[in-house]
Design a protein around this ligand. Structure first.
Ligand SMILES: [Zn+2]
Ligand SMILES: [Zn+2]
Length: 262
């Protein structure tokens, strides 16, 4: 029997210019999203001494370039299996037989004996975006949630009991409203199909908080409409009474830290 080591989580970077998160279990390595150039992705992996050819699978959450950019080329070069739901594969023009494996939302994907992934649909623009719950054989669960206008009841149900959650805190409402974006774009960002504000993220976390939750990463922060200290303080203000774990921020440049959920 293998000794379990929990789930190791490293954000290679997060934001509108690219997203990729490495998750390592005791028998496999996966990337959630591959939104940097191939060269950048390999460079960032080399900084943490990961040989890209050891990555087993790349799971793309939705077709937007900041999540999908080099996914197909990386999967071909590294010989890693590429996964997405059918709608994303169609939007990307990926051949669902020769280039990627498609899954249905809410269908558990067994990546390896000790790593599985559950895709949960979330509302976001014109995309069929998904949040992901990654589990290992010991029942350790980690949630990854970016690019959504609001959390669904279903998503919150699955986030409850996770040991780790990476979730977007895209914008500070006041900064967005007073900032330079045109009204139409402001409406899109704040709408059901847009992104989560700091206070929406804080609300979701306070709703799903249990003593199991040990680490939180706030990610996909907007350069123009947010700042790390604002996002962190807004979240802490809401949850600090009941949360004894640690909060990290993943910026556009990384990797800067590794989290072990377990
Ligand atoms: Zn994005
Ligand atoms: Zn998006």
């Amino acid at each position: 029997m293998m000794i379990d080591m929990g789930l190791e989580i490293t954000h290679l970077g997060s934001g509108s210019r690219g997203n990729a998160t490495l998750i390592v279990s005791n028998d496999s390595k996966i990337l959630i999203d591959c939104g940097f150039s191939l060269k950048q992705t390999e460079l960032r992996l080399s900084r943490i001494s990961i040989d890209p050819k050891t990555i087993d699978a790349i799971i793309v959450t939705h077709h937007h370039g900041d999540h999908s950019k080099s996914a197909l080329r990386a999967s071909e070069k590294w010989n890693a299996r590429l996964y997405s739901n059918t709608e994303t594969a169609i939007k990307m023009g990926w051949n669902p037989i020769s280039e990627c494996r498609t899954f249905a939302n809410l269908e558990r994907l067994e990546i390896s004996r000790n790593l599985s992934v559950l895709p949960i649909p979330v509302p976001h623009d014109d995309a069929e975006n998904i949040a992901l719950i990654v589990s290992n054989g010991d029942g350790i669960r980690a949630g990854f949630v970016t690019d959504l206008g609001e959390a669904t009841v279903e998503l919150k149900r699955h986030l409850k009991g996770c040991s780790h959650i990476s979730i977007e805190a895209n914008y500070d409402h006041q900064r967005l409203m007073q900032g330079p974006y045109p009204d139409s774009l402001k409406r899109r960002i704040t709408g059901r199909g847009g992104h989560l504000s700091n206070s929406q993220t804080a609300d979701i976390l306070s709703e799903i908080l249990t003593p199991d939750l040990k680490t939180i990463v706030l990610c996909h922060l907007s350069d123009k409409n947010n700042a790390p200290h604002i996002a962190e303080s807004e979240v802490l203000m809401q949850i600090s009474d009941d949360f004894e774990g640690s909060i990290f921020i993943s910026g556009q440049d990384g990797p800067n830290f590794k989290i072990i959920a377990g």
